[in-house]
Design a protein around this ligand. Structure first.
Ligand code: FES
Length: 104
């Protein structure tokens, strides 16, 4: 289990529990924090988050990298940017701080 510290666009802070081995997007979507419009196909960008500690963000998948390049025309893409539908939850992410990115 990882407890994620999520800051919404409005500045509210929420703690979200996510089970190890699940996809991070599912926990954030189920908490109503993101839309995840494409359902996890790395093709909508509505699950874009910023890891406060970019060393926790991990590597982009190939499709995710293309999507983040597209998003960069509209919103800030940072070192800690991830599409959370491409992030598997592990206990290493317990306590990770995330900001929901603005929608493109
Ligand atoms: S849910 Fe669409 S890109 Fe992640």
């Amino acid at each position: 289990m990882a407890q994620l510290k999520v800051k919404t666009l409005g500045g509210d802070k929420k703690s979200i529990d996510a089970k190890d081995g699940t996809i991070m997007m599912e926990a954030l979507r189920d908490a109503g924090l993101i839309d995840a419009t494409c359902g996890g196909a790395a093709s909508c960008g509505t699950c874009h988050v910023y890891f406060a500690d970019s060393s926790l963000a991990g590597e982009h998948t190939e499709d995710e990298g293309y999507m983040l390049e597209s998003l960069a025309d509209f919103v800030e893409v940072k070192d800690g940017s991830r599409l959370c539908c491409q992030v598997k939850v592990t206990e290493d992410l317990d306590g990770a701080e995330l900001d929901i990115a603005p929608e493109a």
